[in-house]
Design a protein around this ligand. Sequence first.
Ligand code: MF3
Ligand code: CO
Ligand code: CO
Length: 278
Amino acid sequence: MSTSFVPATEAPLRRTGEIKLYDIPSAFAGMRAAGQLAAGCLDMLVAETKEGVTTARLDDLARQYVLDHGAMPACVFYRGYRHTICTSLNHVVCHGIPGARVLRDGDVLNIDVTVILDGWHGDTSRMYAVGETPRKAQRLMDITYEAMMRGIAVIKPGATLGDLGYAIQSYAESERCAVVREFCGHGLGRVFHDEPNILHYGKRGQGDTLRPGMMFTVEPMLNLGAAPVKILGDGWTAVTKDKSLSSQYEHSVGVTETGVEIFTTSPAGLHQPHTLTG
Ligand code: MF3
Ligand code: CO
Ligand code: CO
């Protein structure tokens, strides 16, 4: 059972159940610009993510940055969400809502931003460390970044989505970290959350086969404890059931004729802000 493909130029601007194949190089140029803008926003937030700052302040800065660069925040009004970024602290897995919470020494924070530039989506997240963070938290964040990059490294025409999931899961579990199952990566382009689902676990050789022109996110969430998550009463915030630390990194990528292009590389070289002490 495999998903069918459709040229993106012939598809309606919504999720249809088919995988859109985009034109290289024109769509990739648009995604590169959107991706670099989203990554530049995360770069800007590195110096701002420090003790005493509220997550609402980071959201304000991100929104201003995106608007100042001629883009729109994709999450504002998305399914009733009101903010530019998600700020997921410590045992929050994803979709943490910015607010009055003040950053404290020892916090680890995921900041996830999605922008729309000229109709193209750039979606990326990184981990940030506030002050002195515990060694086990640093280790989890190192492993999460490495897991994402190992998943991306297998992407090329002919590889399968199962190969990608396997690369992430086998590495994460070999390091005694658990892969979250309830959230996955997604097709991305003119549509925010499109086909296919990108599972961060899987079996080699299974799932859809990658083709040039596919564009999607890779965004593994890894926990120090058990994998299960629950959603808080606000309807958004996902936390680990066992309250163990969680971590996530996300890139937007495209499948080229020979391999993969990462659209959301950091313009300032701040690929892993969690390694910086701030
Ligand atoms: N950026 C998230 C993702 O990686 C989606 C956030 S949706 C929101 O797919 F509405 F919560 F912002
Ligand atoms: Co995201
Ligand atoms: Co995403």
